[in-house]
Structure formats: structure tokens, C-alpha cells
Ligand binder design. Structure first.
Ligand code: PEP
Ligand code: CA
Length: 395
């Protein structure tokens, strides 16, 4: 029996920054599925656009005038056909007409509706019947860059607890997060600390101090950074640690920090178009998980193009960078074809949407980067805790 989309809605809701994002609702046979789009701030140049010109109001108008009618009656379990239809209705390479937020909210809502109608957990609906394990959390504990005013240049300082269960790992990350203010005060005196967009601590420390705090607090745990280096590259030089550096010198400078502090996870160490520096970093640090975010923007075509170049060991997977669930899954597959593992990720602007928790389990990701505290972050962590319980002790 076919399951057809009987109703479709799109509404504005608030994200964690208090800005408007979009939530889609699709229904069939009395079941309603809902999904909302997150929002990035430190965005890759090749990401799909969030809203058409005119913003979210135009997105709502375009939805009611051209998208809604076209998707009503579509088969719920034909995700690929639905996602192609969205691309067809849009007709641009980057969802400039209907908006990427509309596209990803609808696409994720369809997958959730399909899972509900199939009476299956979403991770199984998306990931099939094979054995499933839980990822481990990559937790942002100190913030800088575009997410934080007055912090270090590097955007994210990350801890990676790998306890025996996901639950124990999430608790460990939260304990580390809670210890940061005291360690900062130990170096800077009795100051007040706030949190940034991703609820990482915004601390008046430089990159070296942040790394030293991170190393101290992490103990034996793996640590990582998201340099988000496009943000401090002007096309010729990197403005890093108070110096203006040529790419060759920057790679050496960053590389020495990576070695000194034993950084395992290294996201966007170079600017998204500085392919030579990516390649040099991958070669120079054979045991480091070099992750491409702005570099790939979850684009299967971009991953295919850069696959043979040896520029990364992992692909950051953010569904709203590419706009559909089908393309997100293709990005995972394309990355694996070139020997790169997927790392599933939130955005700095989030909702309590838990889709990426299921996605991480569905694709068998070793890591998920989704923050440590704050309702919009713990929505994902807590969903993973529930999934772990559902899977039993084998996670
Ligand atoms: C990131 O750069 O990895 C990130 C989550 O930030 P944003 O969502 O602002 O792009
Ligand atoms: Ca990033």
C-alpha cells in the first residue's frame, strides 16, 4: 500500500540565537512528522543558501505558492524522488529560489514520516538492517572565532570522551565543560565567564592558553580543534596568533601546536580554497583526523572533486549545507569511497531537532559534534542516550 503526503505545512520558529528558522510538517494516514532547519554562522562558501532573496517571509510565500501543491500526493517512502522534486521545483544549483532551510526541513520531515509509518526508529529507516553502534561525542568546551567575541582565533576547542557507553561519554564531556571556568580563573583571576552560540565557554584567552587548558582538563582524553581557518585567511595570508603568515609558514606554526598539545581532531585547519595547505597538513600529521567542513560543505560533487587529492581523513556532515537527506547520504558514501569517514555535526544556530542523532547512528559515524550543554545541544545527546538504550548493550 502506498503512503502519500496528505498535508504539508511550513512555519517560522525561533532558533537558539532567537532568529527565525523554518519548521516543516508533513502528514499521512493520521501521522504527523515535523522537522526544523538549523542555521550556520561560520559558513562555507559553497553551502546552499538558507533563504531566498527577501528572507524567511519570501520562503514561506514561495512554499505556499509553488512547493506545497507540487509535493502533496508524493509517495512518502520515495525519499530520493522527493528530494529530486525539491531540486526540480527550485531549479537553481543552491536552493536560491525555495531556500535551503525549506528544502532540508521538508526532506528531514519526509524521512521522519517514512520512519513513523514504517514503525521503525529513524536511524534504522535511514541506515538499514545492519549492526548499529553509537558515535562518541565531540564536545565544544571553549569557543573562539566567529562564534565568540573576544576569544581565541581558533573557533572551537573540543574534547572527545570515549567511555564504554555513549551515556558515560556525554556525562564526561559535561564534567569537563563544567571545570573550564575554574581553570580559566586559575590563569586569569576572578573573572565572569559567559557562553557563546554553541554554549562553549567564551574566555579571554589566546589560542595557546586555550589549548593548554584543554590539554590539562582532558587528561588522557582525545582533544581537537575546529580552526575554521577560512575566517582568518584573506586570500593570501593567515592572521594567526598575532602574526600575518604565508600559507607555508602558517602550516608549520599550526602543525607545531598540533604536535605540542597532541591534537587528534583537526577540522578545517586551512581555508576552504587553500587545497595545498590541506594536503600539506594531511601529509605532515599521519595520525591526526583532519576533517573537512567548509572544505566540502557536505557536497557529494565537491567531495568527488577533492577525493583524489588527499586533503582530509574525514568529512563533516551537516545536512543543511546541502539541502536534502539524499544528498547528505550521498556525501557520506562519496567520502567513504575516498577513504574519509563521516563526522556528523550540528550548526551554531540550532533547534531541538534530533535528526542528526539518528543520522549519526544510521551511517555508523565514529563521532558526532553537537555541543555539550544547552537544550538545543542536549536534544541530540539525549536522543542518542535513548537510541543506545533501544539498541541494548551492544553500542
Ligand atoms: C562549524 O563551523 O563547525 C559550526 C558548527 O559552525 P556554524 O554552524 O556557525 O557554521
Ligand atoms: Ca567547522
Amino acid at each position: 500500500m502506498e503512503d502519500l503526503i496528505e498535508d504539508a505545512k511550513l512555519r517560522p520558529i525561533l532558533d537558539s540565537r532567537g532568529r527565525i528558522t523554518l519548521e516543516a510538517e508533513l502528514s499521512s494516514s493520521g501521522i504527523v512528522a515535523r522537522a526544523s532547519a538549523p542555521s550556520g554562522k561560520s559558513r562555507g562558501r559553497r553551502e546552499v543558501v538558507a533563504f531566498p532573496k527577501g528572507g524567511w517571509r519570501t520562503a514561506l510565500r514561495v512554499f505556499s505558492e509553488t512547493v506545497r501543491e507540487a509535493i502533496l500526493g508524493h509517495e512518502v517512502h520515495d525519499q530520493e524522488g522527493f528530494d529530486s522534486l525539491l531540486r526540480e521545483i527550485d531549479g537553481t544549483p543552491n536552493f536560491a529560489k525555495i531556500g535551503g532551510s525549506t528544502a532540508i526541513a521538508l526532506s528531514m520531515a519526509l524521512a521522519k514520516l517514512g520512519a513513523s509509518l514504517s514503525e521503525m526508529p529513524l536511524y534504522r529507516y535511514l541506515g538499514g538492517i545492519g549492526p548499529k553502534g553509537l558515535p562518541r561525542p565531540v564536545g565544544n568546551v571553549i569557543g573562539g572565532g566567529a562564534h565568540t567575541i573576544g576569544g581565541p582565533t581558533i573557533q572551537e576547542f573540543l574534547v572527545i570522551p570515549e567511555e564504554e557507553s555513549f551515556l558515560a561519554s556525554a556525562i564526561r564531556a559535561a564534567e569537563v565543560h563544567a571545570r573550564i571556568p575554574d581553570l580559566v580563573r586559575g590563569r586569569k583571576g576572578p573573572i565572569h565567564l559567559g557562553v557563546n552560540d554553541e554554549r562553549a565557554w567564551a574566555a579571554p584567552v589566546d589560542d595557546r592558553e586555550a589549548l593548554s587548558i584543554l590539554r590539562e582538563v582532558a587528561g588522557e582524553m582525545k582533544i581537537g580543534v575546529d580552526a575554521a581557518a577560512s575566517q582568518f585567511f584573506d586570500g593570501k595570508r593567515y592572521e594567526f596568533m598575532g602574526k600575518r603568515l604565508d600559507p607555508e609558514d602558517y602550516v608549520v606554526e599550526l602543525g607545531s601546536l598540533v604536535e605540542e598539545f597532541g591534537v587528534f581532531y583537526l577540522e578545517d585547519p586551512a581555508a576552504e580554497d587553500d587545497i595545498d595547505s590541506f594536503r600539506a597538513i594531511v601529509r605532515a600529521h599521519p595520525r591526526v583526523l583532519v576533517v573537512g567542513d567548509d572544505l566540502f560543505t557536505t557536497s557529494p560533487a565537491r567531495i568527488r572533486e577533492l577525493g583524489p587529492e588527499g586533503v582530509a581523513r574525514a568529512v563533516l556532515i551537516k545536512p543543511n549545507q546541502i539541502g536534502t537527506v539524499t544528498d547528505t547520504l550521498s556525501a557520506v558514501a562519496e567520502g567513504r569511497r575516498w577513504g574519509m569517514e563521516p563526522v556528523v555535526s550540528h550548526r551554531s544556530g540550532e533547534t531541538c531537532e534530533e535528526f542528526i542523532a539518528h543520522l549519526a547512528v544510521a551511517v555508523g559515524a565514529r563521532f558526532i559534534k553537537t555541543g555539550v550543554v544547552g537544550g538545543e545541544r542536549t536534544a541530540k545527546l539525549n536522543e542518542l542516550i535513548r537510541i543506545e538504550e533501544g539498541l541494548g548493550a551492544k553500542s
